[in-house]
Ligand binder design. Structure first.
Ligand code: PEP
Ligand code: MG
Length: 878
């Protein structure tokens, strides 16, 4: 079995086998770019290691052979002993990029003897000690498990002694002292020593990289991004080139286009006299590519050429790591660059316009789920408040919340329902749960390519990085900026589009769409076959949905129209024993509902509007017992009588149910208390009449919820038809009547139900609850998080349609319904209607449309196009 491939001997850049990094290095080598020589140990080796607990013996043989070849290629010697010493890096690299989640060891192959030879070669003793201490620090932490803070505290002591604030200002003697003390720290904290033999260093590091595939943060990253646990990572062993050899050296990261906005101009961060990790770690503030151009015009021009070439080769925006060693440019890595949703849209459209890709590619390139972030809040008017700090605009959008300085605290406060902004010097992969819980991220160090920036963009959260004016004290839970002190819980606002930080909560406004988005969605519409409607209950929502491209209302939940100040009228209908009083209340509500429906029909003029008759259990319109008890106590204290109270109490007693979700609701209530449905139908028909009189084109459809037998629907349908005849004696407009399919029995008897229905709409919220036999809100508070965490449920069935269970009911219901009634129109209006993966299932089943909340209409349009193109949204590049 071949476990090792040299970059210049790879038959094809196979990402499954070599990982993304290994495949990219092989590809760049084949393109003739100046890539430091090296080799990849395959993901297959990692899988074998994970299964057996030890690496296959022939793998080590191949690695030793590969090192010998690497010595030949580089003209350097591994382990020293004359000539230029060969140092290598060992980096993880899985099929899918998992930035910062797994381990890396740099500067490997050094020991006391090699350090001396390195100093001679470089003519620079300080450099050699710096390389040595970096190696000890990484090997000590990653391979031997020594505490990182112990090394850091030695360095900060040395900086304090020399009164400097950067490691770059430490002398050779300081760094030599650091290496001695680092050896001691490793000995005293781990009981081990760093092997002198470079091959042993290499073996231990490769195993550490393989093992890091299973670490906690890598596992949670995989869960977050839906990456399979059994892929394993490759390990890349590559000749070190040094960016820390003085002012004619340096290191950087660049993007062929701006990853935050998508603008067509190269973007990058560069640090002179530094090693690669320094840029990403955000330890010093970086220079721009333009500044690199001022210092080294030739290298800058060469780099721009490489960028253009790589972008043309990959036909996508690339993220490139480079190092300049004594005036020579080396390319260390290329991958398809992570980007914000805004950038993804702009890049896709512009690249299609440039002819680099076609429209199909453009539509497939953008993750539909990420489009929601384009509608993220933003700061438009700062209301005279001055920013307290300026940093890098690392991820767009604005966020506000309580300042917190620790990831665990962020999770705690967010669990309590607080909105928080996570503030750190810089973030590390250990902060990932706190970042997920926060509204936005703020750091005092780092650039657009720092960990905080990359992760925030991936999560679709606003971030400001490198706000150097902030003096952050993480352990004390506070930061100072000028005279201002902000402690945990104080509200702050960050603007990730401008890179600004404000004290206090500033008002945020909904964002406007970007021009490229309309183009992309228009292309998507050309590919998609599934209709997209919106769930909207108010004219405002309906207008917003229509502007976003909704082709009608798939679900107007009328119960929302029963709440607020109308509740007392509704209560009068329920409570009154006097027929006349009840009719007055019904009439009053009918008038109000007529206006509601008219507004919806006007906003969606010419498009279908599905009005669902009342669904929730009656007791939702009555006060709860606790409220009644308080009211009674207050009345007794005031010495007043309250006849209403007694009636309310009696009604609560009468309508209380042990399990209201499965109780008197939906069509059952409609049949028990027909006057409610009749009132709603009359109001809807009156709204149609008024719209017709006004010259409009109302397309009302009436939907009955929670049907489980055809007889229920038949009876309500008869009621509706009588009202239609009465309202339009001279001939009624076309008024389809249909039903929600949200109970398993309804799906299984769809053939019967379809004979009395013009349309079906799958209510997959209730259908999921009733198929699984659980109540969503209760499960969410009790066992659902645990089940997801422990993989008892692979995904949250309320987010993504359960393919094996609920989706089968949808499939059976659709098939049987259409067989019985070929004209039947079939849609889906549960939350799943805005979820890309569920939309794919809807496409496979062959539904006519999905209906989702207005902000997800654009998500659904794009997801439906991708589903029609038959490609999983998971392969989109955001
Ligand atoms: C459903 O059950 O999926 C549905 C859309 O109805 P509601 O969420 O209002 O119960
Ligand atoms: Mg429902």
């Amino acid at each position: 079995m071949q476990y090792v491939f040299h970059y210049d001997q790879v038959p094809s850049p196979d990402r499954d086998l070599l990982g993304g990094k290994g495949a990219g290095l092989a590809e760049m080598t084949a393109l003739g770019l100046r890539v430091p020589p090296g080799f990849t140990i395959t993901t297959g080796a990692c899988r074998a290691f994970m299964t057996a607990g030890t690496a296959p013996p022939e793998m080590w043989e191949q690695v030793r052979g590969a090192i010998a070849r690497l010595e030949e290629q580089s003209g350097r010697r591994f382990g020293g002993g004359g000539g230029i010493p060969l140092l290598v890096s060992v980096r993880s690299g899985a099929k899918f990029s998992m930035p910062g989640m797994m381990d890396t060891v740099l500067n490997l192959g050094i020991n006391d003897l090699v350090a001396k030879e390195l100093a001679e070669w470089a003519g620079n003793e300080r450099f050699a000690w710096d390389v040595y201490r970096r190696f000890l620090q990484m090997f000590g932490k990653v391979v031997l498990g020594a505490p990182a803070e112990a090394f850091e505290s030695v360095l900060s002591e040395l900086r304090a002694r020399r009164e400097v604030d950067s490691d770059a200002a430490l002398t050779a003697a300081d760094l030599e002292e650091a290496t001695v003390r680092f050896h001691d720290i490793i000995g005293s904290t781990t009981g081990s020593t760093v092997p002198v033999d470079p091959l042993e260093q290499l073996e231990r590091s490769v195993m550490a990289v393989f093992t890091s595939w299973e670490n906690r943060r890598a596992r949670s990253y995989r869960r977050l991004h839906g990456i399979a646990d059994d892929l394993g990572t490759a390990a890349n062993v590559q000749m070190m080139v040094f960016g820390d050899l003085g002012d004619d050296s340096g290191t950087g990261v660049c993007f062929t286009r701006d990853p935050a906005t998508g603008e067509h101009r190269p973007y990058g961060d560069y640090l002179p006299d530094a090693q690669g990790e320094d840029v990403v770690a955000g330890i010093r503030n970086t220079f721009s590519l333009e500044q690199l151009g001022e210092r080294h015009p030739d290298i800058h021009a060469e780099l721009l050429g490489v960028m253009t070439g790589l972008e043309a080769h990959y036909r996508d925006m690339c993220d490139i790591e480079f190092t300049i060693e004594k005036g020579r440019l080396w390319i260390l890595q290329t991958r398809i660059g992570k980007r914000t949703a805004q950038a993804a849209v702009r890049l896709a459209v512009e690249m299609a316009d440039e002819g680099m890709i076609d429209r199909r590619d453009a539509v497939l390139r953008v993750d539909p789920g990420a489009l929601e972030q384009l509608q993220r809040p933003r700061l438009e008017d700062r209301h005279g408040v001055e920013p307290v700090a300026r940093g890098v605009a690392a991820s767009p959008g604005a966020a506000r919340g309580a300042a917190v300085f620790d990831a665990d605290r962020a999770v705690e406060l967010a669990d309590n329902g607080d909105e928080v902004i996570l503030i750190r010097h810089e973030t590390t992969p250990d902060d990932i749960h706190g970042m997920a819980a926060a509204q936005g991220i703020l750091t005092s160090r780092g650039g657009k390519t720092s960990h905080a920036a990359v992760v925030a963009r991936g999560m679709g959260k606003p971030a400001v990085t490198g706000a150097a004016a902030l003096d952050v004290d993480e352990s004390a839970g506070k930061m100072t900026v000028g005279p201002l002190m902000i402690t945990e819980g104080d509200l702050v606002t960050i603007d990730g589009t401008e890179g600004l930080v404000y004290p206090g909560p500033l008002p945020l406004v909904a964002p406007t769409s970007i021009p490229e988005l309309d183009t992309l969605l228009a292309w998507a519409d050309d590919f998609r076959t599934l209709g997209v409607r919106a769930n909207a209950d108010t004219p405002d929502d309906a207008r917003r949905a229509r502007a976003a491209g909704a082709e009608g209302i798939g679900l107007a939940r009328t119960e929302h129209m029963f709440m607020g100040e109308r509740l007392t009228v509704v209560q009068r209908i329920i409570l009154s024993e006097d027929q006349q009083e009840r009719e007055v209340a019904l009439e009053q509500l009918a008038e109000l509902q007529t206006d509601d429906f008219e507004g919806l029909l006007e906003a969606m003029d010419g498009l279908p509007v599905i009005v669902r008759l009342l669904d929730p259990p009656l007791h939702e319109f009555l006060p709860n017992r606790h409220e009644l008890e308080e009211r009674r106590i207050a009345r007794i204290r005031a010495g007043q009588d309250d006849a209403d109270l007694a009636r309310l109490e009696a009604a609560v007693d009468r309508w209380e149910e042990a399990n209201p979700m499965l109780g008197l609701r939906g069509v059952r209530l409609g049949l028990v208390m027909p006057e409610l449905y009749l009132m709603q139908v009359r109001a809807a028909l009156a709204a149609v009449a008024q719209r017709l009189a006004a010259g409009g084109d109302p397309r009302l459809e009436i939907m009955v919820p929670l049907v489980s037998t055809d007889e229920e629907l038949r009876r309500v349908r008869e009621m509706i038809e009588r009202e239609v005849e009465a309202a339009f004696p001279d001939g009624a407009p076309h008024l389809p009547v249909g039903t929600m399919i949200e109970l398993p029995r309804a799906a299984l008897t769809a053939g019967d139900i379809a004979q009395v229905a013009d349309f079906f709409s799958f209510g997959t919220n209730d259908l999921t609850q009733t198929t699984f036999g659980l109540s969503r809100d209760d499960a969410d508070r009790t066992f659902l998080p645990l089940f997801l965490d422990q993989h008892i449920y692979a995904t949250n069935p309320f987010q993504t349609l359960d393919r094996k269970g609920v989706a089968r009911l949808v499939e059976v219901g659709t098939r049987d319904g259409r067989r019985a009634n070929p004209a039947l129109e079939v849609g889906l209006c549960g939350e799943h209607g805005g979820d890309p993966e569920s939309i794919r299932i809807c496409q496979e089943i062959g539904l006519d449309y999905v209906s989702c909340s207005p902000p997800r209409v654009i998500v659904a349009r794009l997801a439906a196009a991708q589903a029609a193109l038959g490609v999983s949204s998971a392969s989109a590049s955001v």
